[in-house]
Design a protein around this ligand. Structure first.
Ligand code: SF4
Ligand code: SF4
Length: 355
């Protein structure tokens, strides 16, 4: 086995990102939160568990950054600072994902963010929208964005979107704090993203504009690219947002075996190879080709489609009956994609060295 990557029959698997879902505790209680987070949740990784995870992923040079998320990762307080500094000591920069509830005014936020930046923070992602704003006013989110931009951090604000969202990116752009940030943000470090707000447990039936539905999607690039850990110390095969609905995305428990070995086992998981190469929407199309009595709903998020596949016994049954007809094609495609990715990255690295 290579220490800088994961050997798959001669091909190197090189995950690019590590995600730490620090806690399911949150200062908000958004309806349809993918992890059902709330102030009542207690599960939280200890600093020793966080450090063990970082120690184990540290030899993977392809992983440049660690994403700190939750729940609300700022609830960790000093442990978050210590974790970010520890990741930096192992050569990894950090990005945090937050709901912005901790804002204490622009000057205090600058001091806090400067401190995190000195420890290794490079980027902050903030979430807002109708559900978030039931708990956290937009002013807090924008104040943190303002402070972050002024201390030189990259910022992404993600805004929930459904057909009937009351608050949209357009509303955000009209806000005086946003306008001020844009006037002062010479480096354009602030970007916005409109993200479909979905329910994974079908508790809510949101409506969406027609163009929001995904008709065709390529393979999922989170698989074989991300190693994540959740507050229950479970290691996850992808970004982890569906772990409560797709137990198959769990690859082991921290400490059970070396993470690298647990990650490497996935190379022979046909379903993951298929999701990685062709994506859940194309898989559902193939299922309908095999069995045209199956009706498939529309999806606005690939992970919704992925959870639907794993949660629907009739679909699994059709796949189990027919997958032998495509296994060879998918396996070839899988190795081609892994090997192309490795070659492409090497070329990029070589280019960067030449500059
Ligand atoms: S802020 Fe994020 S983590 Fe917290 S409840 Fe809302 S969606 Fe969930
Ligand atoms: S599409 Fe499936 S494998 Fe990919 S990130 Fe979503 S849940 Fe994970």
């Amino acid at each position: 086995m290579s220490i800088n990557g994961l050997t798959v029959d001669g091909v190197i698997l090189e995950p690019e990102s590590a995600a730490i879902i620090t806690t399911y505790k949150c200062t908000a209680r958004c309806k349809d939160c993918c992890f059902d987070c709330s102030p009542k949740e207690k599960e939280m990784l200890t600093i020793d568990e966080i450090k063990k995870f970082i120690d184990e992923i540290a030899p993977l040079k392809s992983i440049k950054s660690v994403v700190w998320t939750g729940g609300e990762c700022s609830i960790l307080g000093k442990k978050l600072e210590e974790g970010i500094a520890y990741a930096k000591s192992k050569g990894k920069i950090s990005r945090i994902v937050s709901n912005g509830s901790w804002s204490s005014g622009v000057e205090k936020d600058k001091i806090y963010l400067n401190e995190l930046k000195s420890k290794g923070l490079a980027e902050i992602n903030l979430s807002t929208g109708d559900n978030h704003q039931q708990f956290i006013p937009i002013e807090k989110v924008l104040t943190i964005a303002q402070a972050a931009v002024s201390v030189g951090l990259r910022v992404l604000i993600s805004v929930e979107k459904t057909k009937f969202s009351k608050f949209s990116i357009e509303n955000l752009k009209e806000h005086p704090i946003y306008k001020k940030i844009k006037r002062d943000d010479k480096d354009t470090s602030l970007s916005l993203l409109s993200a479909a707000w979905v329910s994974f447990n079908s508790g809510s039936n949101y409506e969406y504009d027609e163009e929001a539905f995904i008709e065709k999607r390529e393979g999922c690039d989170s698989l074989y690219n991300t190693i994540a850990i959740n507050p229950e110390k479970k290691l996850l095969a992808c970004c982890g947002i569906t772990i409560r609905y797709i137990p198959e995305m769990e690859i082991g428990i921290l400490g059970e075996k070396p993470i690298i070995d647990m990650y490497n086992v996935q190379k022979s998981d046909f379903m993951k190879q298929w999701i990685f190469t062709e994506g859940p929407i194309n898989i559902l199309r193939q299922v309908v080709e095999w069995e045209d009595t199956i009706e498939i709903p529309k999806f606005v998020h690939p992970c919704q489609a992925c959870a639907y596949i794993y949660q629907t016994p009739e679909i699994i049954e059709v796949i189990e009956k027919n997958y032998h007809t495509i296994i060879e094609r998918i396996t070839v495609k899988f190795y081609q994609k892994i090997s192309f990715k490795g070659t492409f990255e090497k070329k990029l690295k070589a280019k960067a060295i030449q500059k």
